[in-house]
Design a protein around this ligand. Structure first.
Ligand SMILES: *Cc1c(COP(=O)(O)O)cnc(C)c1O
Length: 372
């Protein structure tokens, strides 16, 4: 045998692989129990958008053909939705794909990317894979007005002449922390035009209107702004993998050079196009999330657990003790949550908002687990 790891590109050698939420089937195999609920990957508990599902099923009849590599129909619909031209849109195999394209296109080992402590795990993965330097800026504290959130002032200071990208998820995963419109807009305005600011709005549809910061409307003001969105969360299409970036046409043109020609498959294109018209489903997902969030917040308050106020479809809960045994006990009761020790938060669990019934079951199980 040969040490193939030592042959890998230097950036790749140092990577720690992404740890996904535990699949339901795996827990079934391990424990031989039924009625498992997964609150680990911020998936939509209502299932897929029915319109999206129907369109995906119809598209299966033609999977002998390559998908439309230009994504014409979906881009037309997105361009109407966002008031941008199709040339400003880059489609991805999930928004994860677009994030990786940005790193591949704009970073080299001589350049760096800036992002916050506790940021989405894909940012460091994408940046390190291309061998670029990453500048992780300490997050704000629990008692700030954006607990564990992006410290925009410190991030602004971390930007130097070799910075090409800044990644900000708003709201952030795994913390749920969110930034207010004015603060974020001022930050983007303060960044030199050579530095591309990526605002990842994967959870935007879940934010109540008064707490929703939608940066997609700022594209005309900031040529260096990229906004990413996904069909994986509120639209319920995580398994099909569709996301997109909005940017100025020049940035989109750069991404298009390295994008795989058929990076989004045809059932996914069809489903996303149809799901965009499924406002009824989107509203249902929003309301269900508000209800489930209220139940989980109430559970936390009654159990004296602090949490980061969240505008997403999950809550970061601080148990102020090693959270692994709590995770394990919840698992044995058939509830999969997400440990976040790998993010540097060993005393917290990230819990996805489920249906009302699922949140009630979590409530009673958590009480039993903590009183045991
Ligand atoms: C879930 C998530 C995404 C979406 O990823 P997809 O590849 O579109 O499924 C993007 N950013 C953040 C912060 C997320 O939590």
């Amino acid at each position: 045998m040969c040490d193939y790891l030592s042959l890998a590109a230097p950036g790749v050698q140092k990577l720690k692989p992404y740890v996904p939420g535990k699949p339901i089937e795996e827990l079934e195999r391990e424990l031989g129990i039924a009625n498992i609920i997964k609150l680990a990957s911020n998936e939509n508990p209502l299932g897929p958008s029915p319109k999206g599902l129907q369109a995906a099923q119809a598209a299966l009849d033609e999977v002998n053909l390559y998908p439309d590599g230009s994504g014409y129909a979906l881009k037309q619909a997105l361009s109407a939705k966002h008031g941008v031209t199709p040339e400003q849109i880059t489609l991805g195999n999930g928004s994860n794909d677009v994030l990786v394209l940005l790193a591949e296109a704009f970073l080299t080992p001589a350049h760096n990317a800036v992002y916050s402590q506790y940021c989405f795990a894909v940012y460091p993965l994408a940046v390190q894979a291309v061998g670029a330097v990453h500048k992780q800026v300490p997050a704000l504290g629990w008692d700030s007005d954006s607990p564990l959130g992006n410290d925009l002032e410190a991030m602004r200071e971390a930007i130097d002449e070799n910075t090409r990208l800044v990644f900000i998820a708003n709201p952030n995963n795994p913390t749920g922390s969110y930034l207010h419109t004015e603060a974020l807009r001022q930050f983007v305005a303060s960044v030199p035009k050579e530095v591309i600011v990526v605002i990842d709005e994967a959870y935007l549809e879940y934010a109540p209107p008064d707490k929703r910061t939608d940066a997609s409307g700022w594209l005309d003001d900031f040529p260096n702004l990229v906004v990413t969105r996904t069909f994986s969360k509120a639209y319920g299409l995580a398994g099909l993998r569709v996301g997109y970036a909005l940017s100025n046409p020049e940035i989109a043109n750069v991404l298009n050079r390295i994008r795989q020609p058929f990076n989004v498959n045809s059932p996914a294109l069809a489903a996303a196009r149809a799901a965009l018209d499924d406002s009824e489903f989107l509203q249902r997902a929003y309301r269900q999330n508000q209800q489930g969030m209220a139940i989980l917040e109430n559970t936390c308050q009654q159990l004296g657990l602090r949490y980061v106020p969240s505008t997403a479809n999950f809550l970061l809960v601080d148990f102020q003790q090693d959270a692994q045994p709590i995770f394990d006990r919840l698992l044995r009761a058939g509830i999969i949550t997400r440990p976040v020790a790998n993010y540097g938060l060993p005393e917290c669990l990230r819990i996805t908002i489920g249906t009302e019934e699922q949140m009630q079951r979590l409530d009673s199980t958590l009480r039993a687990v903590l009183n045991a």
